[in-house]
Design a protein around this ligand. Structure first.
Ligand SMILES: [Ca+2]
Ligand SMILES: [Ca+2]
Ligand SMILES: [Ca+2]
Ligand SMILES: [Ca+2]
Length: 466
């Protein structure tokens, strides 16, 4: 009886073989299931700038033993370019880029897309085993300033999909190509969809997933002009699905879906962060995340080379939701709430100097921790200028910083930021009535609190001394 049952199943499975439009015979359901199922190390998600994406990408590339194949719309981070060059002397390194970055990278093994559409991907495949992708271009702007997400996936099947797409790009088959080989993968028992635009109809897959929403849809998107996707959101909203979205404000135009979504009652806003909100992300029912390089636009769907991942995993969705909330709630305003110090602080400001501002002015920072700190992701801002810092500040030590902007003698302020977080504030002759006469500086007398006028006094400038 048992054998008859098994034979019956086999007959049913074999009769399930179908012809695809290209004339290839697909395997049985059992085979397909086997070929699309994989167990591996969990995927990693990072948000830029706060998770320091550059460091994760470099680590990812440094792990390569056989090859690195990358498709970069834009790349200018010297540390990433140097890592690629260093690897190129030992293993196979190939790059497909867009003309947008042609002046920024040279001397490597590369092909360039230079028609009116974009090679807009930001992905790398290492050794056929892992893939980096997301919205993060390895550039100074994307790493230190803009909001981005990056995904590292450990999967031979997904790596194979990306590698086949890379080969199309490498053969200069831009804006076209073969359909993705394995569009649906079960990685660690979680379903992942994987598409490449234009040939895999990205917009359609986004719409199909939005249509499945039962409760809520959140989105954070750089450029959103695709009417079909916009209309799907309106339909879901009309059917009682809760929808919230934030769009990058510099992409405001007559083509943006913003007005139509707003008019139809969808809770939508422009991003308030001073730099670019560069994600292309939808989060559906707290369990599905759509990400990649694909902006819901016509050129994204029909002209550019793009990649799309649709990750059906509650834990991943949770991470993206947290980032969504952060971006949604971001207010471009000064944080002057007094609190206990738990970061580097501003310890001295010499704003009204006796000579030339550019020669004499300085800001001194103090590192209260018992370990050295790299200042790469710290910024000092007077509201108009935002200077990224660099170098190391030693443990339990002050460090004087030369500013590339002038400080007002008659009132001003400075904010110290780590990533996008404000960590200290000081003001003179305006919000606070502290005043250092010409030749004197503002100096901390206490280090317990930040954003606190009580911690400051006036003294004779003494850079790098506390
Ligand atoms: Ca292609
Ligand atoms: Ca393809
Ligand atoms: Ca000055
Ligand atoms: Ca000092």
């Amino acid at each position: 009886m048992k054998w008859i049952f098994i034979i019956l199943i086999l007959v049913l499975l074999l009769s399930g073989c179908t012809e695809t439009p290209t004339g290839m015979t697909t395997g049985t359901n059992t085979e397909q299931k086997l070929n699309t199922t994989e167990t591996s190390k969990s995927m990693e998600i990072y948000f830029c700038p706060e998770n320091e994406c550059r460091e994760h990408l470099i680590e990812f590339l440094q792990g390569a033993k056989n090859y690195i194949h990358c498709a970069f719309y834009d790349v200018d981070l010297p540390e990433v370019i140097n890592t690629l060059k260093e690897k190129e002397s030992k293993i196979d390194v190939k790059l497909a880029i867009d003309q947008a970055s042609i002046d920024k990278i040279s001397g490597t093994n590369l092909v360039v897309r230079n028609d009116s559409n974009l090679m807009h991907n930001k992905f790398c495949i290492v050794d056929g085993e892992k893939v980096f992708t997301g919205s993060f271009n390895p550039t100074e702007n994307c790493n230190f300033y803009n909001n981005n997400n990056m995904v590292i996936i450990y999967s031979k099947i997904i790596a194979d999909n990306y590698e086949k797409e890379f080969q199309e790009l490498w053969n200069k088959d831009f804006g076209q190509g073969q359909a993705v080989e394995t569009p649906i993968i079960y990685l660690n028992n979680k379903k992942i969809e994987n598409y490449f635009c234009p040939e895999d109809s990205c917009s359609e897959h986004v719409i199909n997933n939005l249509a499945e929403a039962n409760k809520e849809i959140y989105f954070m998107i750089f450029s959103f002009t695709d009417d079909d996707i916009g209309n799907e959101l309106i339909e879901k909203h009309n059917n009682g699905i809760k929808i919230k979205g934030v769009l990058e404000k510099t992409r405001q135009s007559e083509f943006s879906e913003y007005d139509s979504l707003k008019k139809n009652g969808i809770d939508i806003k422009w991003d308030e962060y001073a730099y670019t909100m560069h994600n292309k992300v939808f989060i559906i029912d707290n369990k599905t995340v759509i990400t990649g390089s694909f902006n819901p636009t016509e050129s994204g769907d029909k002209g550019n080379d793009e990649n799309l991942l649709i990750i059906h995993d509650e834990n991943i969705a949770k991470k993206y939701l947290k980032e969504f909330e952060k971006i949604w709630n971001f207010k471009n305003e000064l944080d002057m709430t007094e609190r206990q110090t738990n970061s580097i602080v501003i310890s001295e400001v010499y704003y009204d100097c006796t000579g030339k501002d550019e020669e004499e002015e300085f800001v001194e920072l103090y590192n209260p921790f018992n370990e050295d700190i790299n200042l790469d992701y710290y910024f000092i801002s007077n509201g108009k200028n935002n200077q990224r810092l660099s170098g190391i500040i030693d443990a339990d030590s002050p460090k004087a910083i030369k500013l590339n902007f002038s400080l007002n003698n008659k009132g001003g302020y400075l904010v110290l930021k780590e990533h996008t977080d404000q960590i200290d504030f000081v003001s003179w002759e305006s919000t606070w009535d502290l005043e250092a006469k010409t030749g004197l500086s503002l100096q901390r007398k206490n280090f317990e609190k930040v954003n606190s006028k009580d911690q400051w006094m006036i003294g004779i400038p003494d850079p790098e001394k506390i």
